[in-house]
Design a protein around this ligand. Structure first.
Ligand code: DX5
Ligand code: ZN
Length: 220
């Protein structure tokens, strides 16, 4: 299985955002996770398409845009134009989930659906075959640096089963509280893509932290 590590810039130094993205790219990251918050769907406010467009030329890494905004449809074309590779959204933030998935794809991006810790997997019942990525939240969205919620582990295993049954290359990403000491357990449950904000940007040596994460994944 291919594993991917996606540093979340939410925990980066926002005064030096370009340098931070360059640093994680040099440190061996696979994706740049870009958290968009609106102070409405979640109680925090971050960055939008302008910042996404500014970061696009900084590295070759795909931009993994995680939208925590409601409504969501209006802003999707803007992120596609700003260079997003993947756009993920929360079903609670969309009036018409199937339409939003279609809109992301029409705009040339890969589509992801994000499920909060208490959001049921039934949202995947009629959507999974259209998705490129399922993002399971292992914290409640809104802030970096929160504790991993262990009850998401069986949920990861269940989604892994559904993806394998379907037999399509759908990424299974987990977001929130991922550290070097729990990444192996999350991988064992079935995840292949790992968002890590504070664990990477809060460390002194980004490359060493990413290497430690890969080492933990390698010993599975
Ligand atoms: C939370 C965000 C996460 C956050 C993860 O709403 O979606 O991407 O940055 O941060 P850590 O890895 O510190 O839990
Ligand atoms: Zn995120």
């Amino acid at each position: 299985m291919a594993f991917r590590i996606a540093p979340s810039i939410l925990s980066a130094d926002f005064a030096r955002l370009g340098e931070e993205v360059r640093a994680v790219a040099a440190a061996g990251a696979d994706l740049v996770h870009f958290d968009v918050m609106d102070n409405h769907y979640v109680p925090n406010l971050t960055v939008g398409p302008l910042v996404c467009a500014a970061l696009k030329p900084i590295s070759k890494l795909p931009l993994d845009v995680h939208l925590m905004v409601r409504p969501v449809d209006r802003i999707i074309p803007d992120f596609a134009k700003a260079g997003a590779s993947i756009i993920s959204f929360h079903p609670e933030a969309s009036e018409h989930v199937d339409r939003t998935i279609g809109l992301i794809k029409e705009n040339g991006c890969k589509a992801g659906l994000v499920l909060n810790p208490a959001t049921p997997l039934s949202f995947l019942d009629h959507t999974l075959e259209k998705l490129d990525l399922v993002l399971l939240m292992s914290v409640n969205p809104g802030f970096g640096g929160q504790q991993f919620i262990p009850s998401v582990l069986p949920k990861i295993a269940e989604v892994r089963k559904r993806i394998d049954k379907l037999g399509r290359d759908i990424w299974l990403e987990v977001d929130g509280g991922i550290k070097t000491d729990n990444i192996a357990e999350v991988a064992k449950a079935g995840a292949d893509t790992f968002v890590a904000g504070s664990a990477i940007f809060g460390s002194k040596d980004y490359a060493a932290t990413i290497q430690q994460m890969r080492a933990k994944l390698g010993v599975l």
